[in-house]
Design a protein around this ligand. Structure first.
Ligand SMILES: Nc1nc2c(ncn2[C@@H]2O[C@H](COP(=O)(O)OP(=O)(O)OP(=O)(O)O)[C@@H](O)[C@H]2O)c(=O)[nH]1
Ligand SMILES: [Mg+2]
Length: 636
């Protein structure tokens, strides 16, 4: 059965809390100060039972304009509103302000309740009815039914319950809601249990024993117990007021506005991209870099605003904006928000978050606006592609909502992007991605390839005698912190034939070490000398060759290093290998002095060469003799 949370709204003293008590039997004003002042200050909670028997959570909000921030903390996550208007007074300023907030938050189901009918004449009531109809006509509640009640006499209450049941039956199923989130609106401690948080659970279930994270921080806590409507439950369902008993965390570590949810579902960010709509009767326009108060879920944060497509946002207009925060905030795409002016405190507008994790944008960039429009229009493959154009992402992170898509949408969109060549699985191109595989947009892979090729090009230019750029250094230059991502990326680029990875260094496929003319001349002289005495080649140090030139010759295969200070011309070395093996084949074995005599060389060279032959496994030492080793020389 689907679960619902409804919330009250309306001007101070219009009878919201009294109505909640009449509907639920629960007095939502729980604070002593509220009782003393006969006024709601903070959120109140109750639940009612519909004629069908289903119970519905109720959030009661304060009407006084001084407590509007508390109202905003409670109104997020409700499925339907009870817009309460006192029949004897008619719509008042906070009737309009709360209505505007409901409209901006997209709350499009509700009942308009004219309370205190016992205190109003019939024709006055008709006037109020008309006035209210007019007021809601331009909002999401334009078609909401109007019911007149008296909480004192009980008149109209059964009718209200029936109407509410009809309205809730028409609430559409929540889209893309696979991720449980509980924006915390209360934190307290219960003797014998410890820390408890409450909130309106949305998106998915929470189960006892779950390990959850408190966003935007990094603290983890385990669910020790769950309650809904004051009953212990093993799992909490979305669309219910939920109390969560947490272990492993103190009340001081949690505040209103934090969001409880599984690890990995949100990336807290200090920037958000959004579509912002100013109310037609907003008291002021917004200018570039204005400071505002930002409300989303149960959170409130100051923010500065970057107007991306205009100099000034006038009342009644909408614009693409980026909000910048001093502290991180954890939200998902399509979350709604409200913007207020800090002083005097007034609601200015609100809207929908389009990118919860954007880069910093420059203003007036058509490509930025186009990207935001695509995100807002929301074809899953385009949205996914935009995420993959920003960074390589692990499949499991995408499945958990990193692109703001459901797991099913990710699977389908990813298959399409890979099939069409727009995205690549790193490390295994052309394959279906596993949970821990990184996926990247083909365009981003191309630019990463260019970045690394550029780094290699300039490295080769400045270090023509070095075999390549050290892998670690390459990783640092690309700014990739995860070693596995780097390895998969390099394997993919190497697989595309755009670089060569020798395990220690990276180089361009076309790179050839080149010696400048001076070094070349010295090298050629040295090579000529060792070729002239193939089996007693003078050492490079004796010859006076510098170590870098020598290393380059070795890398280029122009000399063969046999031991420290002992280098042969490659063809001389080949002849030594062939000659030694032929001698052993003919004589059964070869001693050091036989080697020395056979090649007309000295003991020093004979010893170095034979040890190297042993090392290469061409030969094997038995006492003073060499016999054939396991390795055969390649046919030549
Ligand atoms: N005659 C009459 N009085 C009512 C009715 N409902 C509420 N009242 C009275 O109106 C006053 C305000 O009621 P509340 O329920 O506290 O109003 P509220 O909207 O919750 O006020 P805030 O929470 O402060 O915004 C109280 O004195 C109630 O007794 C009603 O149906 N008839
Ligand atoms: Mg109240």
């Amino acid at each position: 059965m689907r679960q619902f949370v409804i919330g009250t709204a309306g001007h101070v003293d219009h009878g919201k809390s009294t109505l909640v008590k009449a509907l639920t039997g629960i007095d939502p004003d729980r604070l002593a100060e509220e009782k003393a002042r006969a006024m709601t200050i903070d959120l109140g909670f109750a639940w009612l039972t519909l004629p069908s028997g289903q119970s519905v959570s109720v959030v009661d909000v304060p009407g006084h304009e001084r407590f509007i921030k508390n109202m905003l903390a409670g109104v997020g996550g409700i499925d339907a509103a009870l817009l309460v208007v006192a029949a004897d007074e008619g719509p008042m300023p906070q009737t309009a302000e709360h209505l505007a907030i409901l409209d901006l938050l997209g709350v499009d189901r509700g009942v308009i309740v004219l309370t205190k009918v016992d205190a109003a004449e019939e024709d006055w009531l008709d006037l109020v009815r008309e006035e209210v109809r007019e007021l809601v006509s331009t909002t999401t509640l334009a078609d909401a039914p109007i019911v007149a009640v008296s909480a004192l006499t009980g008149e109209g209450i059964p009718m209200l319950l029936e109407t509410l049941e009809d309205v809730l039956a028409s609430v559409p199923g929540r889209s893309g809601g696979s991720v449980p989130r509980l924006p915390v609106d209360r934190v307290f401690s219960v003797a014998g249990f410890g820390t408890v948080v409450t909130g309106t659970l949305s998106g998915g279930e929470i189960t006892t024993g779950d390990e959850l994270r408190l966003y935007p921080g990094d603290r983890r806590a385990r669910v020790r117990g769950l309650q809904s409507h004051q009953e212990k439950v093993a799992r909490a369902l979305p669309g219910r007021r939920t109390a969560v008993n947490l272990s492993g965390i103190t009340t001081e570590e949690i505040k209103r506005g934090d969001v409880l949810g599984p690890p990995g579902i949100m990336n807290p960010s200090q920037r958000l991209d959004a579509r912002l709509r100013l109310l037609p009767d907003a008291p002021v326009p917004l200018k570039q870099n204005d400071e505002i108060d930002f409300f989303t879920g149960a959170a409130e944060l100051p923010a500065r605003i970057t107007l991306l497509d205009r100099e000034r946002l006038n009342p009644g207009e909408s614009a693409w904006v980026q909000f910048r925060f001093r502290a991180p905030l954890a939200v998902l795409r399509n979350d709604r928000f409200i913007v207020r002016r800090p002083s005097p405190s007034e609601t200015l507008g609100g809207g929908e978050i389009i990118d919860p994790n954007p880069p910093r944008h420059r203003r007036f960039r058509p490509e930025t606006i186009a990207a935001l429009e695509t995100l807002a229009a929301g074809a899953p493959d385009e949205i996914l592609l935009q995420t993959l154009e920003q960074r390589p992402v692990e499949t499991k992170e995408l499945m958990a909502g990193a692109a703001g898509l459901s797991a099913a949408q990710v699977v389908e969109a990813l298959a399409q992007l890979i099939a069409e060549g727009d995205a690549v699985v790193l490390g295994r191109p052309g394959r279906r991605p596993g949970a821990t595989d990184f996926v990247v947009a083909t365009s981003l892979l191309r630019s990463l390839t260019e970045q690394i090729s550029g780094a290699l090009r300039s490295y080769h230019a400045s270090q023509p005698l070095r075999p390549g750029l050290a892998r670690e250094e390459a990783r640092r230059r690309l700014g990739i912190t995860q070693p596995r991502l780097f390895d998969d990326l390099i394997a993919t680029i190497a697989g595309n034939g755009e670089l060569i990875d020798d395990g220690a260094t990276l180089r361009l496929p076309q790179f050839r070490m080149t010696l400048d003319p001076t070094r070349r001349a010295a090298a050629d002289q040295y090579l000529a000398t060792i070729r002239a005495q193939p089996y007693t080649p003078p050492g490079p140090h004796e010859f006076g060759l510098d170590p870098e030139t020598l290393a380059a010759l070795e890398h280029l295969g122009e000399v063969t290093k046999v031991a420290d200070g002992v280098y042969f011309a490659p063809e001389a070395w080949d002849a030594l290998v062939q000659g030694t093996l032929a001698f052993i084949d003919g004589n059964g074995s070869m001693t050091l002095s036989q080697f020395r005599d056979h090649f007309g060389t000295s003991r020093k060279y004979a010893q170095a060469a034979l040890e190297f032959l042993d090392q290469l496994k061409y030969t094997r030492r038995v006492g003073d003799d060499r016999v054939r080793g396991p390795r055969r020389p390649s046919a030549s």
